[in-house]
Design a protein around this ligand. Structure first.
Ligand code: FAD
Length: 177
């Protein structure tokens, strides 16, 4: 942790604005967290009776977003396949992988060149970036883009229907008091 703090001090020392105050705060806080931004990509989501869900299987990263959606959808597909293949976990896990994999491939897509544009490394690059983003905000371009973009990030992937997971229509509701 000390080495990580030293790394950030070297990077931000004399950077101006409030960075000295941030560095001071970083040195004294009991809550320090520094982590590389990564994606988890593995061809292996299960082995024997052990199966991975959510971030453990396919962490998407803050750059691509969709981590919570991916985890919830994955848990739903896993539950659906276990129910559909009652008593045969190997088959359930194989279908979980086959069904979910195209969705995960879609939500993990990140364009590295776009990321690089958003993280300029020189003062000149930062000035250009700030000017362009100010203009984009002023012209409300994100609103326009959002209006004409598809709402879903799933690339046309459809959530499977698992009738076994739906309560029977005549099921009585039990209210907890
Ligand atoms: C900075 C940041 C910003 C993010 N922003 C977004 C966002 O805007 N939108 C979005 O959709 N996603 C976002 N995510 C991703 C999202 O938080 C995750 O994808 C999601 O929480 C994954 O859910 P999970 O249940 O798989 O894992 P987690 O939420 O990490 O849950 C795993 C749980 O397991 C527990 N655990 C670990 N080891 C053990 C053990 N040995 N025994 C018992 N329990 C254990 C942990 O304490 C934790 O509670 C962000 C993530 C980060 C880090």
């Amino acid at each position: 942790m000390d080495q990580q703090k030293q790394f950030w001090i070297e990077r931000f020392r004399d950077a101006g604005w409030q960075t000295d105050r941030f560095i001071q705060g970083m040195m004294t806080t009991p809550n320090f967290y520094s982590q590389e931004v990564v994606q988890v990509r593995t061809d292996t989501w299960y082995k024997g009776r052990v199966v991975l869900v959510g971030d453990a299987a396919h962490c998407a990263s803050p750059f691509s977003g969709m981590g919570v959606s991916g985890s919830l959808v994955g848990a739903y597909v896993l539950a659906g396949e276990i129910n559909r293949n009652m008593g045969d976990l190997a088959r359930a896990f194989a279908f979980y992988d086959k069904t979910l994999r195209p969705f995960v491939n879609e939500i993990q897509k990140v364009n590295p060149s776009l990321l690089r544009l958003g993280m300029p490394k020189t003062r000149f690059g930062i000035s250009i970036f700030l000017s362009v983003t100010a203009l984009v905000a002023l012209l409300r371009i994100p609103d326009v883009v959002a209006r004409f973009s598809p709402e879903d990030r799933d690339g046309g992937w459809r959530l499977p229907e698992y009738t076994q997971l739906n309560p029977p229509k005549n099921a009585r509701r039990h209210h907890l008091r």
